[in-house]
Design a protein around this ligand. Sequence first.
Ligand SMILES: [Zn+2]
Length: 339
Amino acid sequence: MSEAAEISRIVLPVGVNAVETVNCYVLPDGDRVTVVDCGVWRPDLPDGGLAALEAGLHGAGYGLTDVGRIVVTHAHIDHYGLAGRVMELTGAELAMHALTDLDCEKYRHPDTARARRRDTYADHGVSEAERGDLAHHLTRWLPYLHSVVEASHRLRGGEELTVGGDAWQIVHTPGHSLGHVCLWSPARKTLLSGDHLLPGITPPVTFERGFDADPLRSYLTSLRAIADLRPQTVLPGHGTPFGEPQGRIEAILRTKVRRLEKIRRAIGQQPRSIVELADLLVAKAVLAHQRQLAINETLAHVAYLRWSGVVERRTRPDGVYEWYATADTPLDVTALAAS
Ligand SMILES: [Zn+2]
């Protein structure tokens, strides 16, 4: 059996906002284990959702108290919600990127975060009736967060974690989340990709005030950096592990660039608000979580165009921002060309 077979995957149930499951990876680490991502707290279940994690650990030959370290690829609640509880029960350390502080801050002050969202949505033309509903995205997730715990081991990218004799490089991969990291083993040619690279779906990249001013550029740049590592095996945060990801990466890059071009064309035809652009792009986003995703992704695309110097915004008489074309130079997507 190959060495890589030692890493086991536990599929943990989530069931919030159309996220059905999340993967937790178990990496043997001496007489303990390191787990990468850990699923959600389940207030509706007597054990808080620990049973699925414990069963998975048992299946791999370990118990819950063997967890010595939790690495969280990014502090979204589906990957992080249970971390505080596992730390309480095991004394495990928590390794996360230093920029996950911003997520922790948001979870500690959800009212402020919601108010900031409502302001953003108002500025970009979301009707008052819809604003509250969309800003409550966070409200739907919060019950699945056991507690807000900061990293006890603050990652910055570029460092190496030794796990059971394997060297795993920490690669900072902002985009899907500003504090996102992937773990890369050059010896195994294996990437623990979190939500940076997923099978089947293009990872959402959304704009949120106070986080990354140009998250899509961050995402495209860090996805190219991952491609350059030439991984052979990808262990993703959702879905089934897959091999030879180059084709998958190119497909994701193409999807993002196509959408950028489409939005740019629409703004070139006439000035438009974010809501008008989101409606053009995702006509069938009827559920609140789809709608808020469509709007936040549109914001990220327009931010990319803005920082590329090809669109700018102004305020309409009704107070809503609209975007207009300022240049018809080609988009500089050289960073996206396969190297
Ligand atoms: Zn996720």
